[in-house]
Design a protein around this ligand. Structure first.
Ligand SMILES: [Mg+2]
Length: 367
């Protein structure tokens, strides 16, 4: 089997944030999600689908795939997926081991694993060493609203849909307090702050939030790779710390674990180097006694890949569902709706479902 071609599809699919209030900051104004999908074709007729992290960098990633990766991939045997990943990382190391290059490699790796498992006529979770019968609890990952009333509305809506865990993307106490008030004491709440603070400021905020009994606080410190400061913070606050969506490759995660920087590790399959690197991180995390909580605010092949990887983990952790409503979905919408609070992994060969070609056609960015 040989790779004969790679097609890249840039999409933007509009979403609703679920509240009527007008957005005020740039972060809040986004109203469409970027996708950089790839389709890898082979000489035996099997095609594989992948996607790269593409939020606000869709075009750059697409160019990296077309111009930096494609020439190295044509003619390769997809069954050598791990070797291909190694060689791509080695060849492209001078362009940086974090960011656009790794996002592009991630997309290719996901698509190759899709081909490998389709060729084997097995769902990917079987190839990864799982029967696929583990429960995968979902959490509703809310947009940042910076408005207590909107946060309460969205929390209540998530609970009405059966979610048993909620994550906020807020940085002020008023919204965290409002969420706790809305959901009561029994629903675990996580808060993702997206790297806003110094260590001292983070300590002040996390101490202030102690009353809200948070399940974890995510990325409280800037820059995200300041593992020593995260480690210090962990010894100074009660709340568990999560991080990892901004780390690429298993090497970064090893450094993170050696520094004892996190309680929960959050590799992101479309950023970290694909399924190949994610697999390594699962093993390393296990040896350091750290629970993996996959970062997966995705609606393309990256989301499916995360479900299959979670099945292969000793404990699948909690699975992220970006709590937005889209104008269209690349897969049947039910896939993104937890049943009894849990996601179901597709049981067909490969990732299990190919993206809807009509949705690709309708939301394709042509220039
Ligand atoms: Mg996050």
């Amino acid at each position: 089997m040989k790779v004969t071609g790679i097609e890249v599809y840039e999409l933007q699919i509009p979403f609703s944030r679920g509240v009527k209030k007008k957005a005020t900051s740039n972060f809040l104004k986004a109203d469409a999600l970027d996708f950089c999908l790839i389709k890898i074709e082979t000489d035996v007729g099997i095609v594989g689908w992948g996607d790269a992290f593409a939020f606000h960098c869709r075009r750059s990633v697409a160019e990296a795939i077309n111009h930096m990766i494609k020439p190295h991939l044509i003619g390769k045997n997809p069954m050598d997926v791990q070797q291909i990943n190694f060689e791509l990382q080695k060849t492209l190391h001078l362009f940086g081991r974090y960011g656009i290059t790794m996002f592009a490699i991630s997309a290719v790796d996901i698509a190759l694993w899709d081909i490998v498992s389709k060729f084997s006529k097995l769902p990917l979770y079987n190839i990864l060493g799982s029967s696929g019968n583990k429960k995968m609890p979902a959490y509703a990952s809310l947009w940042r609203y910076e408005d207590a009333e909107s946060v309460q509305d969205r929390c209540k809506h998530a609970i009405s849909l059966g979610y048993k865990y909620i994550k906020l993307h807020e940085i002020f106490t008023s919204e965290v307090e409002a969420a706790r008030e809305a959901v009561g004491d029994d629903i675990p709440i996580m808060v993702d702050t997206n790297c806003p603070w110094t260590k001292d400021k983070a300590k002040k905020m996390l101490n202030e939030w102690e009353d809200y009994n948070l399940y974890w606080v995510e990325e409280p410190i800037n820059p995200p790779e300041d593992f020593n400061s995260l480690s210090d913070l962990r010894t100074e606050v009660l709340c568990p710390i999560a991080a990892g969506e901004n780390a690429c490759t298993s090497f970064e995660f090893k450094k993170m674990f050696e520094a004892e920087a996190v309680d929960y590790a959050q590799p992101s399959v479309t950023k970290v180097g694909g399924i190949t690197e994610f697999k390594k991180i699962i093993s390393i995390a296990e040896s350091y006694g750290v629970q993996v909580m996959p970062h997966s605010p995705y609606f393309g092949p990256g989301f499916l890949a995360t479900l299959h990887l979670a099945q292969s983990m000793p404990n699948p952790g909690l699975l992220e569902r970006f709590f937005l409503d889209f104008e269209a979905y690349l897969y049947p919408e039910d896939l993104f709706k937890p049943k009894d609070g849990c996601f179901i992994v597709p049981d067909k060969p490969g990732l299990g479902i190919d993206p809807d070609k009509n949705v690709i056609k309708d939301y394709l960015i042509k220039s």
